[in-house]
Design a protein around this ligand. Structure first.
Ligand SMILES: Cc1ncc(COP(=O)(O)O)c(C=O)c1O
Length: 381
């Protein structure tokens, strides 16, 4: 049985629903040596990440009875914080089951927002099991981190905002954990403007979507490891994967050094504090060339929806071009990206704007400082 996918109407309705609780974040252009890069600053959400969009969209749709009973989620960080903040805004009680190893900043944030925090082991299985118990024993509603149509529609509002803020957009890089953000954003963009390319980005140490696309179904990795701790899911969500398979143009993987370098770059060039999970998209945009084959051809997109051509050949030249303008290998593209031809509003060709979603900025200060230090110090003379 095929999954029912989120529609553009669902995402537009979510955008109306979350107004007031969720910030419309700025889209900043940063001049790189090789051309502008646009940054969608979800790190500037009130609780520091896009996760507030999906959580607010879900909580706002609960019945009066469900809201009175309260909600529960399992999270090591941003999703729990988002549910806590959304629950406070909408006047409901939130319970978050967290690992004993949770970063102090995230724990403090959840408590400040008034959430009830319950420690539950160290693995996602431990905290999910404990959250499931709270559903049964207290009648709470589960707010899953990514695999729910209301969560996906909420995260997709990021894509609608990008289209409004930069009509010239041609390529969007988006981080992937369980796949909620990428599926919502890809759906919003492809159903509004099929020619915009959407590139998912995951750490080389957590390539679950790369493997799943190649296999043609969600696969579970044995283990994942990365400084991008929001992207460590072992498996994409089933519903999220159905969206990614249909709408994503490509998925790329990023090495650890490049993730840390992107955190540093955002700090020094854009004055932005991003966590590693939020910076992988920028690493991909700056590297530009690392577009890998996404695997098997996607299912038909249905009448009226253009089939993205990246699936037809293993690497689409336009995707490579959009990256090369940052890698500096093609001066012609650099000029065009600086507005010397071909990239005016309404013309979202390959020379249009390249956007990287900076998905979060909640940082553990000690690890953040580590990211700001170059990984390989210059050898002394
Ligand atoms: C900052 C940040 N970026 C990206 C993600 C990945 O989001 P998703 O699980 O919806 O793919 C997360 C997940 O926690 C996150 O915290």
């Amino acid at each position: 049985m095929s999954a029912t996918l989120v529609s553009l109407a669902d995402i537009s309705a979510a955008a109306r629903r979350i107004t007031g609780t969720v910030r419309r974040t700025p889209l900043l252009d940063v001049q790189t040596e090789r051309g502008p890069l646009w940054l969608k600053c979800e790190n500037l959400q009130p609780m520091g990440a896009f996760k507030l969009r999906g959580a607010t969209n879900m909580l706002a749709q609960l019945s009066e009875k469900e809201r009175r009973a309260g909600v529960v989620t399992y999270s090591s960080g941003n999703h729990g914080l988002a549910v806590a903040v959304a629950a406070r805004a909408l006047g409901t009680h939130a319970v978050v089951t967290v690992p004993e190893t949770i970063a102090q900043v995230k724990l403090d944030g959840m408590r400040r927002a008034g959430a009830e925090v319950i420690y539950a082991g160290t693995t996602v299985i431990d905290r999910r099991r404990r959250a499931d118990q709270e559903v049964v024993s207290r009648g709470l509603t589960m707010v899953p981190p990514f695999d729910h149509p209301w969560i996906i529609a909420g995260q997709g509002t990021t894509g609608l905002e990008i289209l409004e803020q930069q009509p010239d957009v041609s390529t969007v890089y988006v981080p992937i954990g369980g796949g909620g953000l990428a599926s919502g954003v890809a759906t919003a963009l492809k159903l509004s403007r099929p020619g915009v390319r959407v590139i998912g980005v995951e750490p080389a140490g957590a390539p679950k979507v790369t493997h799943s696309l190649a296999a043609g179904h969600p696969v579970t990795l044995d283990r994942t490891a990365s400084i991008a701790d929001g992207l460590l899911s072992l498996r994409p969500g089933e519903l999220a994967f159905a969206h990614l398979q249909r709408y994503l143009d490509a998925v790329v993987t990023i090495e650890e050094d490049d993730i840390a370098a992107a955190v540093r770059w955002l700090f020094s060039e854009a004055r932005l504090v991003a966590e590693p999970s939020g910076a992988v998209s920028v690493a991909a945009a700056l590297a530009g060339s690392a577009v890998e084959p996404p695997g098997l051809p996607r299912p038909s997109m249905g009448p009226g929806v253009q089939q993205p051509s990246i699936y037809e050949s293993h690497v689409h030249p336009e995707v490579l071009e959009s990256g090369r303008q940052f890698a500096g290998r093609d001066p012609r593209l650099v000029r065009r990206s600086r507005g010397e031809g071909g990239s005016g509003p309404g013309n979202a060709g390959p020379a249009g704007a390249v956007v990287a979603i900076v998905s979060g900025g909640n940082v553990d200060p000690e690890r953040y400082i580590d990211c700001l230090r170059p990984i390989s110090p210059e050898p002394s003379p």
